[in-house]
Ligand binder design. Structure first.
Ligand code: FMN
Length: 162
């Protein structure tokens, strides 16, 4: 089972979460983890006050110029995104839009945010479904916090083959 953890993080919450996930999921028998950091061509300055950040967050395409990757070799793709303006962060939206090999691929959507509204992870899951992913789990988490019950579910999902 090859599992990809793809994430974007500007202030470290999502990165910390992904580091914890990498540690816990690599304990699952037969699971091999790869990590991909999504990097926008230029970081948004002062994103809360930046009209471009708002525009890209609300757009279906996200940040222009995010490098596409092929997901063909992975059995499961976990996508972790901060929430910006109640949407997945725009570099993540672009990553999903540009990715190849998504059709029928199992995916898990994870969002980190301050308020952790459940609709946040659902929005990320919707974006994934639109690209043809089969979304098998979605979790809306508070900042970098990873509850034990989520870890247990993710371990089960990571160890399952089709
Ligand atoms: C531009 C911007 C907009 C944000 N909008 C929201 C929001 O709508 N709801 C929310 O709960 N948190 C919001 N946040 C908080 C982040 O989602 C939260 O701090 C997240 O965990 C940051 O992840 P990171 O540290 O990996 O970059 C926003 C943060 C930024 C920078």
């Amino acid at each position: 089972m090859k599992v990809l953890l793809a994430f974007y993080s500007r202030t470290g919450n999502t990165e910390r979460l992904v580091n914890k996930l990498r540690e816990t999921l690599s304990d699952v028998h037969g699971v091999e983890i790869a990590v991909h950091r999504i990097i926008p061509p230029r970081e948004y300055r002062l994103p809360y006050l930046n009209p471009k950040a708002l525009k890209d967050a609300l757009s279906e395409k996200g940040t222009p110029g995010v490098k596409p990757i092929d997901l063909g070799e992975y059995d499961l793709v976990v996508i972790a995104s901060p929430i910006w303006f109640e949407r997945p962060a725009p570099p993540v939206t672009a990553f999903i839009e540009e990715a190849r090999g998504c059709e029928g691929k199992r995916a898990i959507a994870i969002t980190t945010s301050v308020s952790a509204r459940s609709v946040y992870a659902k929005r990320l899951a919707d974006r994934l479904r639109k690209k043809g992913f089969e979304v098998v789990g979605w979790y809306s988490l508070k900042r970098g916090h990873l509850p034990e019950e989520v870890v247990e579910e993710l371990k089960l999902l990571a160890g399952q083959s089709r």
